[in-house]
Design a protein around this ligand. Structure first.
Ligand SMILES: *[C@@H]1O[C@H](CO)[C@@H](O)[C@H](O)[C@H]1NC(C)=O
Ligand SMILES: *[C@@H]1O[C@H](CO)[C@@H](O)[C@H](O)[C@H]1NC(C)=O
Ligand SMILES: *[C@@H]1O[C@H](CO)[C@@H](O)[C@H](O)[C@H]1NC(C)=O
Ligand SMILES: *[C@@H]1O[C@H](CO)[C@@H](O)[C@H](O)[C@H]1NC(C)=O
Ligand SMILES: *[C@@H]1O[C@H](CO)[C@@H](O)[C@H](O)[C@H]1NC(C)=O
Ligand SMILES: *[C@@H]1O[C@H](CO)[C@@H](O)[C@H](O)[C@H]1NC(C)=O
Ligand SMILES: *[C@@H]1O[C@H](CO)[C@@H](O)[C@H](O)[C@H]1NC(C)=O
Length: 319
């Protein structure tokens, strides 16, 4: 018994050594895989032919309250060129599935793709996001990925004065020379059979990153021919980006002014993990002049339903 317990510890649940990590097997690139298509997200509305930016929020089936909080707060913007959608996998809970369909009937902002929605399948979710974006948003220039416990400032998302090359764009909060955690007791354990190099390629925190359409296409193609690892940000913005020759870049917009959880003024995204009620409070207080000293910080530990590698304690800054 003790022996098998130890064996168990050294494997990543669901990604044991014998489980295929071929991305194509899960993403099925040539077939439609959406159970809920999210088709309307990128379609013309009013006088806007297509959104310029789509923010895809990675959410879990059961996080209904978190999705409501986002709809009531930062998704309630008035920028016609920005649309928000939630991407989920599937659940075996039939009554929860019925609730999700009802929710989508009301809001028409859900994408549900055909893979089991689990903590260790987040990389599949992100690759599905790329697939969905490429297929269904042909006229949309930018894609942002975030999670359902984030506060995104959609106002700033679309300023045009940012000095970046708008093709080959892959920006976020850059993490450099992070080492895989090989301690099997860690939540962010990444065993050698999944990734054997000493360092991860530089990558962007999964809490929020933005890419241009050409990059989405490159990352998707690259992902389809790369063995999955369960840390989605390392995989998409690190490993697949490096392979595709796309350089992830740090952008100051992804830092934030931290003046207490009730008084967030994200330039673009917070790296705070927010409960639905904290998000609502922060939103209510968004116009308050918070007098506490503000500071620019790098990402905080973030572990929502997400499993990001950016908690690596020994990570270095990029300068
Ligand atoms: C993809 O669709 C084709 C045609 O409908 C079908 O024959 C094939 O089995 C599907 N592939 C997978 C992996 O589901
Ligand atoms: C959007 O517009 C409506 C109606 O003009 C207004 O009530 C609401 O406050 C606006 N929302 C934001 C976030 O500016
Ligand atoms: C299924 O989902 C419903 C609705 O969210 C929940 O109340 C119930 O506890 C879930 N059942 C199981 C077995 O997880
Ligand atoms: C990921 O989803 C696939 C497809 O539904 C499923 O077969 C697999 O068990 C899931 N893996 C994990 C780690 O949950
Ligand atoms: C932007 O990227 C394209 C594609 O790599 C490149 O050809 C172009 O020179 C870049 N423009 C600037 C201003 O850096
Ligand atoms: C979004 O960013 C703008 C520009 O920096 C700022 O004025 C505004 O207060 C921010 N909104 C929120 C909700 O933090
Ligand atoms: C916020 O408070 C500071 C310090 O009291 C003051 O100098 C500043 O003008 C205020 N800003 C706004 C927008 O009210």
């Amino acid at each position: 018994m003790l022996f098998s317990w130890h064996i168990f510890l050294f494997l990543v649940a669901g990604w044991e050594v014998n489980v295929t990590r071929k991305t194509r097997v899960y993403v099925v690139p040539d077939n439609e895989t959406s159970l809920i298509s999210g088709l309307q997200v990128c379609q013309p509305q009013g006088d806007v032919t297509a959104p310029n930016l789509v923010v895809v929020v990675c959410s879990a089936p059961g996080h209904i309250e978190a999705r409501h909080a986002i709809r009531e707060t930062w998704a309630r913007h008035n920028i016609s060129s920005v649309r928000i959608a939630f991407i989920l996998g599937i659940t075996t809970n039939v009554s929860l599935q019925a609730l999700i369909e009802e929710e989508n009937d009301g809001f028409r902002d859900i994408i549900q793709e055909n893979f089991m929605d689990t903590y260790n399948n987040l990389t599949v979710k992100s690759v599905m996001m790329l697939k969905w974006f490429i297929r269904h948003c042909p006229h949309t220039h930018y894609l942002m990925k975030t999670d359902d416990d984030m506060f995104i400032n959609t106002t700033l998302g679309m300023t045009t004065d940012t000095p970046v090359n708008m093709t080959r764009l892959l920006i976020g909060s850059l993490i450099c020379r992070a080492r895989p955690i090989i301690d099997a007791n860690s939540k962010w354990y990444n065993p050698k059979y999944m990734y054997s190099k000493k360092f991860y390629p530089n990558y962007l925190s999964g809490t929020g990153y933005v890419m241009s359409r050409d990059v989405a296409i490159k990352l998707y193609r690259s992902a389809l021919s790369t063995s999955l690892i369960h840390l989605e940000d390392v995989f998409i913005t690190g490993i697949c980006a490096a392979k595709a020759g796309v350089r992830p870049r740090n952008h100051p917009i992804f830092t934030y002014q931290h003046v207490g959880i009730n008084c967030l003024h994200p330039k673009l995204a917070t790296n705070h993990r927010l409960s639905p009620s904290q998000l609502r409070t922060a939103w209510r207080n968004r116009h308050t002049n918070c007098t506490m000293q503000s500071s620019t910080t790098t990402p905080r530990p973030h572990s929502n339903h997400g499993r990001h590698a950016n908690i690596v304690p020994s990570r270095n800054t990029c300068q």
